[in-house]
Write a protein that binds this ligand. Sequence first.
Ligand code: C2E
Ligand code: MG
Ligand code: MG
Ligand code: MG
Length: 297
Amino acid sequence: AIKRRGGDGVELPTMIAMADVSERLRLEADLRLALDRGEFELHYQPKFSLAGGTPELIGSEALLRWNHPERGLIPPAAFISVAEETGLIVPIGDWVLREALAAVKRWNAAADDAGPRPSVAVNLSFKQFDRPDFFEFVRDTLQEAKVDARLLELELTESIVMRNADSTVDVLRRLRALGVRLSIDDFGTGYSSLNLLKRLPVQCLKIDRSFMRDVTVSDEDAAIATAILGLAHTLGLEVVAEGVETEAQLLFLRARNCDAVQGYLLGRPMPETTFRSALDEAARRAGPRGADPGPAI
Ligand code: C2E
Ligand code: MG
Ligand code: MG
Ligand code: MG
C-alpha cells in the first residue's frame, strides 16, 4: 500500500503552507464544536419535473451550510473533506438526515393524500457507508420521524458505489426495499462501469453540472448529455440535470426528455421558510383541486 506523508507540516516549508496547516487545525477544532453549538443548517434547492407543460416543483435537495459565528455561512466545499478525514461527517450526516426528515414531515403535514407530496434528497458521504448499521440507522430514523420512505431520496456518488461494490449494493437493495429513492449524483464525473450501473438498484442519475455549463455551445458536452439521457432511459432510469442556469439549457433538456432539473434558473438553495413559501405558491398556482384534473394516467 502507498504510504502518504504530510499533514504534520514537515514537508510544508513555506510560511504560507504553515498558515494553511494552522488554518486547517482551527477549522477542525471549530468543526468539532459546531454540532453541539447548533451551527449547521440545511438549505433546500427546489427540483422541478419537466413532465408537464411548465416545470412543476416536486421536491428539493437538502444542502448543508455551516453558520460559523465569525465567518458567516460556509459552503460545504470548504469543510466536507475535513469532516470526512476526521470522521465528523458521520455525526454530521446523522444530523442532516434527521433534520431533512423533520422538514419533509412539515411540508407534507398539510398536504392531503391526493395532492403532490414534495420529497427531500440527502447527499451521502462514503464514510457513512463504512458504518455497519447504516441501513438500520436510516430505517430507524424514518420510523422515528414518521416519514413515508418514498419521500426520501439518497444521493450517492459513483465513488461510494465503486469503493465497496458488493456490500454497498446490498445496503442499497435493503434501502430500496423500504421504498427509499436512490440516485447517483454528479453522474459522468466518476468511473462507474455500465455493468455496475445495471446491478445498482438506483432509480435516477443526476447529470453533473460540469456537462451542463456549455451544453448549448459545446458539441462534446451536448453529445455526453444526450448519451447519458439515452443510456439512462434505456435502462429505465430517470434523469435529473444539475446546474441549469439558462432557458437555452432548459430547452435542450426538454427536447431530450430529461425528467427533472435543478439550477439557478428555476431556484437557488434557500432556507426552509423560503422553500415553504415556494411550495405554497406552487400549490396556489396549481389552483383549487378538481379545477384541473390534469392528464389521465
Ligand atoms: P451536489 O450534491 O452536486 O449539489 C449541487 C451543488 O451545485 C450545490 O452546491 C448547489 O448549490 C450547486 N448548484 C445548484 N444549482 C446550480 C447552478 O445552477 N449553478 C451553479 N453554479 N451551482 C449550482 P453546494 O450547496 O455548495 O454543495 C456542494 C456539494 O457539497 C454538493 O454537491 C455535495 O456533494 C456536498 N454536500 C452538500 N450537502 C451535503 C451533505 O449534507 N452531506 C454531504 N456528505 N455532502 C454534502
Ligand atoms: Mg447532490
Ligand atoms: Mg451533484
Ligand atoms: Mg456536484
